[in-house]
Write a protein that binds this ligand. Structure first.
Ligand code: COA
Length: 193
């Protein structure tokens, strides 16, 4: 059985962190708070960026800097945050190009991963795609990021290509491949989990 909720020094995406916070909520507590209307999705605002950048830095192997989020807000990419009470707990950034939606960033706060937030973000992404009547959703993911790949597979994404040595070199000078995933719309929305 796979482990949920990282509490050791290595995250599921393989990044080692200096600071670790144990999971602060169980899935049930998260669901209970969501039931009470405390888990809310809305558009990202500039005022969210301090929290977003902190989450990004802790969760990502190659984190976006603040300027990338600011550019996405300026360019009117669709930037959404998932809030638990006042706190940002997850977010995504997507943009439409012609009849395609491109997923630029998808993150759940490190200490709250494995609780269903990723599913909630994917549901929002699919709903945005449906609302804009776009034909396909594209994204890229590190070859080693099996957690994200599992998530995408559950949301009917299929791998269609590999970009060899796409990512910047890691500390050992090695460049990781990117896998390109696509979901073709027109299927009925199925909500896994
Ligand atoms: C990828 C990410 C957004 C998933 O969010 P999450 O809240 O942890 O995911 P969920 O709890 O909703 O789980 C969604 C699915 O992910 C997969 N998953 C989650 N944790 C997993 C684990 N420890 N091992 C394997 N698969 C896992 C499963 O398919 C799971 O579905 P299931 O619980 O119905 O089996 C999150 O792990 C994250 O932010 N990672 C760092 C940033 C990142 O890699 N982003 C994607 C870049 S392409």
């Amino acid at each position: 059985m796979r482990k949920r909720c990282p509490s050791v020094l290595k995250t599921k995406c393989g990044k080692t962190h200096v600071q670790q916070t144990p999971p602060s909520l169980s899935r049930q507590e998260l669901l209970d708070r969501a039931e009470r209307g405390q888990l809310v999705l809305r558009d990202m605002r500039s005022a969210d960026l301090n929290q977003v950048v902190q989450i990004e830095f802790n969760a990502q192997l190659s984190p976006w800097g603040r300027i990338s989020f600011e550019e996405s807000l300026t360019r009117q990419h669709t930037c959404r945050v998932l809030l638990l009470g006042e706190k940002v707990v997850a977010y995504h950034v997507v943009c439409a190009i012609a009849d395609e939606l491109h997923v630029l960033n998808v993150v759940a706060a490190l200490q709250l991963q494995g609780l269903g937030l990723g599913h909630r973000l994917m549901q929002d992404i699919v709903e945005i795609t449906e609302a804009q009547r776009l034909a396909k959703i594209f994204l890229e993911v590190r070859a080693s990021n099996h957690v994200a790949q599992n998530l995408y597979a559950q949301w009917q994404f299929n791998q269609i290509a590999i970009r060899k040595q796409y990512y910047r070199p890691n500390k050992d000078g090695l460049r990781e491949d990117a896998l390109i995933f696509v979901r073709t719309m027109g299927n009925q929305i199925r909500i896994p989990g």
